[in-house]
Ligand binder design. Structure first.
Ligand SMILES: Nc1ncnc2c1ncn2[C@@H]1O[C@H](COP(=O)(O)OP(=O)(O)OP(=O)(O)O)[C@@H](O)[C@H]1O
Length: 853
């Protein structure tokens, strides 16, 4: 069965892709500037030789320059142009004498060449500033020979260049003031530049320019402060003064919707009154304040969900003050690190978004604002409900110490603290009676409230508030989230914006009876991701047996969708194709595991980070891996028609795909046990339940009741294994989704949808490997066979790496090897079994095969 992978997309690597070691080329050239010979970077020896040469050159220059300071006068007659200059290098003593040299014996410690070089650099060019060349050669040579960076190369070059010019001109300036100075201090460059400048702007002007340039350089390098000495303040500060509390930074977590406390009229006389008691008017005032507060979208995630929801009030990192002359710590780096660093220096970090660099995520204006985004429960309703609760409980001889209300968009949570001695199970048993007396559908009793010593009673609001998708997307919390796959699910019972990270969930099961908001929920998930991720970072595989629900996403095919090769429709509606796609995703998973293993990392995030830092070579099959989110809208339908064929790959993906960035969202109307089987359930810790019709359904999906008591229209319960959170789903209507997909679809996209690896089912759909024609073998077939037999390891990535082939071709070869009986069957993430023992047997086998062909 031919296995096809995705074509590697690249940006900066593209130009050099023809060459094996392309991405690692030219590194030194960039580092050392323009004038260096072009060595193949992979040739480590050449680099070391260049490094050694530079260090010795530095030593030679140092010797020549230092000597020049003492011997320049003696050698003057030899080096000056009038007497022959550089042409004297190859002249004999006799010739020199006849040319007019006073003493043709050179005094410079570095000989004739040293005298000429230092005369050139110091006298004719930059004066004593030429010693900077020695410094630059040492920094470069050290880097190349010992692979240790003494100073940053670009900074060294930039500062040295500045100092060269600056020192030379400054000395020229000083020379003009004190005429006796020997000329070699500033060199001819400094001397004439200074003369030229002085002729234009005068000595004072040159002085100003030099002071300005010098200070500017100091500011750039050290950000020095210019402080005017402060006058002493004669204030006496009391020793024991308390710090002002107002100014102290207090890290406080606040719930957006604070509970409202009620006074209890019918309390038992000898019980202490709850303090403070509030009047209805006060309650109203408090409520109004709460409501005003809720108008601003609050940024908060409750403590319990911190693992996969985000805390918005991040503590600022403590600022490390810059210290004077810090002691430099030299960190030894591996060869691979040095290579990748120089690649990053040369090309910058790999940017996966470059292929669609002009892509824009949808704008907020495409979404509608529904309702007022305010909580609208009037105090009369609150009071009435509270009285009814207290009354009902009193009827059953249950006394209450305290009751408070938290108002959410759809329901209000009344939390009660029963009087001491009241058994919680008693209240729980009265659930139906309380519901009856409140005459409200959707009462849910949570006894006890996890983590609090209270009992919660959720009562639906008479006028539920719609939570628009727009109001959630617009929050800072969503805009600034650093989650990998943020999904803006809606609002919690206390009116907080709730955002979850699908990447950490890592898969989600969605259930709900028809018409309760499931499709809207799926759209909410998809739209949230479209608002946050670039097409290069995320791909969807959409399965929609109902054929209508997800069809609006067709427009983003070339941006965000993934499909099987050769497939027309990117949204999968046919059961057979679903099976192929699921199996193809399993292959993609195995391929990704191979890549991760090769890269020596544990998950997709680490892998992509390594790829971005150019530590992985695309020529070895590495590529930037986008997240893949598989959404199946009507899972029950598939299970009914395909059963195990669907269940097996889904269970495999759910078990293993977390680390390699494939996440599943399965939705179903019928959460019965034959659809949500034990295997599936066990691998989907996150479950989202809209209203279901029976308690049994609720148990199937959530492992507890509650979903049957929801009120529909996006009212939902999210179970994360340990917690159960009631949420109001954000609402996004089909025309809004249409606008969002239109916005994306109208932009430039990739040439085609992301290609999943090819999978051919057992029925031979699309050309079985059994029909493999011997004469149609890949030219690399025999080499691959030898490689596999030599290593006794039937792995596609081995062929790919050693023979430098793309994944698709390597996959085809391994299929041909299987068909010809050299390797065994595909066994998931394990390497295939090699069926031929040694190379001798293989040669025999190949020659028999060639005779047959
Ligand atoms: N989050 C929400 N807020 C407000 N109203 C909602 C919300 N979600 C759904 N509704 C209302 O419920 C109706 C049905 O929703 P939806 O189409 O999502 O149901 P469904 O469960 O997918 O039904 P089916 O399974 O038959 O497709 C919507 O047209 C809308 O009026």
């Amino acid at each position: 069965m031919p296995v096809k992978g995705n074509q590697f997309r690249t940006n900066t690597f593209r130009e050099d892709s023809s060459n094996d070691s392309a991405p690692f080329k030219k590194t030194i050239i960039k580092e050392k500037g323009e004038g260096f010979p072009q060595f193949n970077f992979s040739n480590d020896r050449a680099i070391k030789i260049v490094g050694l040469f530079l260090l010795l050159l530095a030593l030679y220059f140092l010797m020549a320059f230092t000597s020049y300071l003492f011997t320049w006068e003696d050698d003057q007659s030899y080096v000056i142009d009038a007497n022959g200059g550089w042409s004297n290098l190859f002249k004999t003593l006799q010739e020199l004498k006849s040319n007019g040299a006073i003493d043709p014996n050179i005094q410079n410690w570095a000989g004739k060449l040293g005298a000429l070089l230092s005369h050139q650099f110091i006298y004719e060019w930059f004066g004593i500033a030429s010693f900077l060349f020695v410094f630059v050669f040492i920094v470069l040579g050290y880097r190349l020979l010992f692979k240790v960076q003494l100073f940053s190369i670009p900074k060294t070059l930039a500062y040295s260049f500045f100092l060269l010019v600056f020192t030379s001109i400054t000395l020229g300036f000083v020379h003009a003031l004190i005429a006796e100075y020997p000329h070699y201090l500033e060199g001819e460059f400094g001397f004439y530049t200074n003369q030229l400048l002085q002729a234009q702007i005068g000595a004072a002007g040159v002085g100003f320019i030099l002071v300005f340039a010098g200070l500017t350089c100091l500011i750039i390098a050290y950000n020095i402060d210019f402080k005017i000495p402060e006058r002493k303040v004669k204030e006496i500060i009391p020793v024991n003064e308390e710090p002002e509390t107002e100014d102290e930074p207090i890290l406080e977590e606040e719930y957006p919707s604070k509970p409202v406390e009620f006074p209890l009229r019918n309390r038992v006389a000898n019980q202490p009154l709850p303090v403070p008691l509030k009047t209805s008017f006060e309650v109203e005032n408090t409520l109004n304040k709460e409501i005003e507060k809720e108008e601003e979208p609050e940024v908060f995630a409750p403590e319990k969900e911190q693992e996969w929801t985000e805390i918005a009030h991040a503590k600022p990192e403590p600022k490390v003050e810059e210290q004077e002359a810090p002691l430099e710590l030299v960190i030894e780096k591996t060869e691979e690190e040095v290579k990748s660093e120089s690649l990053v220096e040369q090309f910058g970090a790999f940017d996966p978004t470059l292929d669609l660099s002009s892509f824009q995520n949808p704008t907020i204006e495409l979404l509608e604002q529904y309702g007022s985004n305010k909580v609208s429960v009037d105090t009369a309703e609150l009071e009435a409900n509270k009285n009814k609760i207290v009354e009902t409980l009193n009827n059953y001889n249950i006394e209450i110490d305290k009751i408070k209300a938290t108002i959410g968009p759809t329901v209000t949570l009344y939390e009660i603290i029963p009087a001491p001695g009241v058994r919680i199970s008693k209240i729980k048993n009265l659930e139906d009676d309380i519901a009856l007396s409140l005459a409200a559908l959707g009462i849910r009793i949570i006894a006890p409230m996890p983590g609090k010593g209270t009992i919660g009673i959720e009562v639906p609001n008479r006028n539920p508030e719609m939570v628009s998708m727009r109001s959630i997307i617009a929050t800072e919390k969503f805009q600034n989230t650093t989650m990998d796959l943020p999904i803006a699910l809606g609002k919690t019972i206390s009116n907080e914006v709730f955002i979850a990270d699908l990447a950490k969930m890592p898969h989600m099961l969605v259930a709900g009876a028809t018409g309760q908001g499931k499709s809207v929920g799926i759209n909410t998930i998809l739209v949230s991701l479209l608002y946050k991720k670039h097409p290069s970072q995320l791909k969807f595989v959409l399965v929609d047996p109902k054929k209508v629900e997800l069809s609006v996403f067709k427009k983003i095919e070339r941006h965000y969708l993934a499909k099987l090769p050769g497939e027309d429709e990117a949204i999968i509606t046919d059961t057979k194709k679903v099976i192929n796609t699921l199996n193809s995703l399993c292959i993609e998973m195995d391929q990704r595991y191979d890549l991760l293993k090769d890269a020596g990392v544990r998950n997709l995030k680490e892998y992509n980070e390594k790829f971005i830092k150019r530590k992985l070579n695309p020529n070895n099959g590495h590529k930037f891996l986008p997240f893949i989110v598989l959404v199946i809208d009507e899972f029950a339908d598939l299970m009914m028609t395909a059963g195990k064929e669907v269940e097996t790959p889904i269970a495999r993906l759910a078990q293993l795909a977390r680390a390699i960035g494939i996440h599943l969202v399965l939705a179903t109307q019928r959460p019965s046990v034959n659809i949500i089987t034990g295997t599936i359930k066990a691998n989907f810790p996150a479950r989202l339940a809209f209203r279901v019709t029976s308690k049994i359904d609720s148990r199937t999906i959530l492992d507890s009741g509650g979903a049957d008591q929801l009120i529909g229209k996006g009212d939902m319960l999210l179970s994360t294994g340990s917690d159960l959170i009631r949420l109001q789903c954000a609402f996004v209507d089909t025309p809004e989704v249409d606008r969002v997909t239109e916005f994306i679809g109208s932009q430039r996209g990739y040439a085609s949808a992301y290609e999943l690896p090819e999978y051919v089912g057992d029925d031979g759909d699309g050309g079985s490997i059994k029909d493999f024609d011997l004469s149609d073998r890949d030219p690399m077939f025999e080499d691959a066979a030898r490689l596999i037999v030599m290593h006794q390891q039937g792995s596609t990535s081995l062929i790919q790496r050693k023979l430098k082939l793309g994944y698709n071709r390597a996959g085809r070869i391994i299929d041909q090897l299987e068909a010809s009986g050299i390797v065994g069957k595909f066994e998931g993430s394990k390497a295939r079994e090699v069926l031929i023992i040694d190379e001798h047997a293989l040669e025999q086998f190949l020659s028999d095969m060639n005779k047959k062909a």
